[in-house]
Design a protein around this ligand. Structure first.
Ligand code: UD2
Ligand code: MN
Length: 346
């Protein structure tokens, strides 16, 4: 009798250890197939598979199978489909003057510290949304209200960074975007960066916020320009570049203070590197720009034409590699990461 019970226990243990080894080898096999350690790490879902701990096999032998305590280990998730089944196409936008931040936070419970990833599949790209900002709180609220559900319908792993220029010196959109790129990379190795005006709201979720093999301009048309391309070569408003593409052009110039020119300078940089700007179809790449006047502190940059003639000479030394700034604070708010910076003066 004594011999039989210890023999049975031993048999049970061997069985469970065998099961454990089998599960681990299946996991190892799957991660080998994916071939990419980062992607396979991402593929570990929060969904857990119950297994049985070795010590619990004692209990199993003593008091039947129902008392086993599950040990949670992650299971792999499949990559999200090429086209998200959640897309809705053209959506009706609303800009309610009574909208409150708490409301938008309540609607986006799955966003934590400005960041989100699909729970049921592994996103195809990890995307940092970079928004240059100062004194446009209402525009920011409208954008967050529409952009979070929009990006979730695209099944992206993403985070929203708002880069606030401290003080009331002349605004510098391009330098703030360089800062956003550098700061976002401190959090995660994002695949793709979307440089996004605060007042532009996308109208159609088939306008995908992912990077392509070439730099992408996402605003073909907007309400204010009759939904037509502003001018040939226009590269303003919202653009998408991979880290590799952005590094290749040394980012934006830091020297454009005030309104205008910095977007054309980025186009010059892209063309100097023999890259080609791509755009989604006009009926998809549509935006509503919330009406605004020119802000004080962002007066037209009278040097912009002169600066634009210098791009080919200065791009190598004016850009990401010369971007000097002081980070004053990084606040991880529910819907975005708020980076406040002192970027100096012209
Ligand atoms: C156009 C471009 C924009 C940029 C700009 C020239 C479009 C749709 N957009 O925008 O990408 O090239 O010309 O610099 O063509 N901002 C603040 N606070 C300020 C000033 C600016 O937050 O006090 C930010 C905000 O994100 C805003 C962006 O900078 O959307 C561009 O400024 P704008 O909206 O005043 O310029 P706009 O509409 O002519
Ligand atoms: Mn604007």
């Amino acid at each position: 009798m004594g011999f039989c019970s210890s023999g049975c226990k031993m048999l049970c243990r061997v069985k469970y250890v065998f099961l454990l080894l089998l599960s681990l080898s299946v996991l190892a096999w799957i991660s080998m197939l994916s071939g990419d350690s980062v992607k396979s790490a991402l593929a570990l879902s929060v969904a857990m598979l119950p297994l049985v701990k070795e010590e619990d096999t004692q209990n199993v032998a003593n008091s039947g199978p129902s008392t086993a305590v599950p040990l949670m280990i992650p299971t792999p998730r499949a990559e999200c489909p090429k086209e998200s089944p959640l897309l809705q196409g053209a959506v009706k936008l609303n800009f309610e003057p009574s909208l409150q931040l708490e409301e938008v936070e309540g609607e986006n419970k799955r966003v934590a510290q400005g960041r989100y990833q699909p729970w049921d599949c592994t996103a195809r790209q990890s995307v940092a949304i970079l928004i240059p900002h100062r004194n446009r709180e209402r525009h920011l609220l409208y954008l967050l209200h529409h952009l979070h559900p929009f990006l979730q319908r695209q099944q992206l792993h993403y985070a929203v960074y708002v880069i606030q220029q401290a003080g009331d010196g002349t605004f510098n959109r391009a330098k703030l975007l360089n800062v956003g790129y550098l700061e976002a990379l401190k959090d995660y190795s994002w695949d793709c960066f979307i440089f996004h005006d605060v007042d532009l709201v996308p109208e159609n979720d088939h306008n995908l916020y992912v990077c392509d093999s070439q730099p992408k301009h996402l605003v073909v048309g907007r309400n204010a320009t009759g939904y037509k391309l502003h001018y040939k070569g226009y590269f303003g408003g919202v653009t998408a570049m991979s880290g590799k593409q952005f590094r290749k052009v040394n980012g934006f110039a830091n020297t454009y203070w005030g309104w205008g020119g910095e977007d054309d300078d980025l186009r010059n940089r892209v063309e100097l590197q023999k890259m080609q700007i791509v755009r989604p179809p006009a009926d998809i790449a549509r935006y509503t720009m919330v009406f605004h006047k020119r802000d004080s502190g962002n007066e037209i940059n009278k040097d912009r034409i002169k600066l634009l003639r210098q791009t080919s000479r200065v791009w190598k030394r004016d850009g990401l590699n010369s971007c000097k700034y002081q980070t004053l604070s990084v606040e991880r708010l529910p819907l975005y990461i708020n980076v406040t910076v002192d970027i100096g003066k012209p």
